[in-house]
Design a protein around this ligand. Sequence first.
Ligand code: NAG
Ligand code: NAG
Length: 307
Amino acid sequence: MLNNTVWSILCLLSLSAAIVGHANDQSVVTVISKEGQDAVLPCSLSTRKNIVQTVFDWKKDDQKEVFLYDAGIHYNNGRTGQDQQFIGRVSHFPGQLEFGNASIIIQNTTVIDSGTYSCVFPRIQPQAQIFKIQLLIGGTFKDRSNIIPGAAQEPCVTILTATEHKVFLKCEVRGAFPQPKVQWQDSDGKVLPAEEPQVSERDKRYSVTLITTVTRTTTNRFYCVVTQDVIKHRTAADIYVPFCEPKCNHSAGTFMGGWFSGALSVGGPLAVFLVIKYIKKRQRERSDQQEKDPENGAAVSLNLEDV
Ligand SMILES: *[C@@H]1O[C@H](CO)[C@@H](O)[C@H](O)[C@H]1NC(C)=O
Ligand SMILES: *[C@@H]1O[C@H](CO)[C@@H](O)[C@H](O)[C@H]1NC(C)=O
């Protein structure tokens, strides 16, 4: 008994030591900002040495070129090689260089700007200096499939098979990066138990298939919801399962699956999200139709950008 207690305490002590040690290890400055706002990433030499005639280089996640300054030449005055993501959005503070301040400002941030930035002075004597800054951009979940490469497209949902009492629903997502989380939900937003997702990866793009079994419940509509947390992307597709009424004939055509575009009645934020998606889909369909048939009514113009 006593031994157990002692061990527990020792365990707890070493665990907390490990956590503290880890946190102290890296002197990473964290900057938190919101999507659409500008973010200043700080980086200054403690010596306040003049850096006008030297080099400093900002990189994101050790790979993307954010901002390179070399004795007055940088990406905003002719130098090439800046990553596409940052072109025209990053500047330094020229008046601060003489005080050893290599901070930069990133304009109009989006969630994909989140990550670890390094600010390197490769030619500072006696040794190169590296500063790490973690940037976290908060954003709300929305459909970003048209803005961010790798954001999952709307999933494909089908009825796989059906027995008298059960229906197997399949949801497929293809070519997404980062790896998406896929869930089946009922119309109350409750996550349904599902089989283990089948995940495959090719060229850093993930495809996920998720199968669930549904039985007759109070709802007939089911949603496959695809989420990519890091890029705050969410998309979904729904499927209508016409479960048999007890009086109906079981012999033929019992289950018909497919895309239904009826009015939705679901609760919570997902409902709003799906209704918006639905309206957008209808808008697309209508504008497609108008292209074919120009006399067919005026254009619908709802502003859905803020969702
Ligand atoms: C460096 O310059 C930025 C922009 O003017 C400023 O916000 C920051 O406080 C400066 N850092 C230091 C250490 O002076
Ligand atoms: C900010 O970025 C978004 C998309 O990333 C773009 O639609 C918008 O026009 C930008 N705003 C400004 C002020 O540049």
